[in-house]
Design a protein. Sequence first.
Length: 78
Amino acid sequence: MPTVLRFGPYRFYFYSHESNEPSHVHIDRDEQTCKFWLDPVGLARNLGFSAKELCDTEKLVIDNQQELLEAWNEHFGN
């Protein structure tokens, strides 16, 4: 599970066995986790984040979309 970004309490990472899915990133904080598609950016799954935190994390994904896509392509060889 390579970590590709840390921002405050949030950890952004990929699962190495998910190359068959469209580009996405997982985000954890404490016991909460969510998954965002990267192109276009959209929420795929949420387990525990409040609506406000989801908005905050989505903004972080949007602000770092290019970096996250580059990391995805580098990791999975796309």
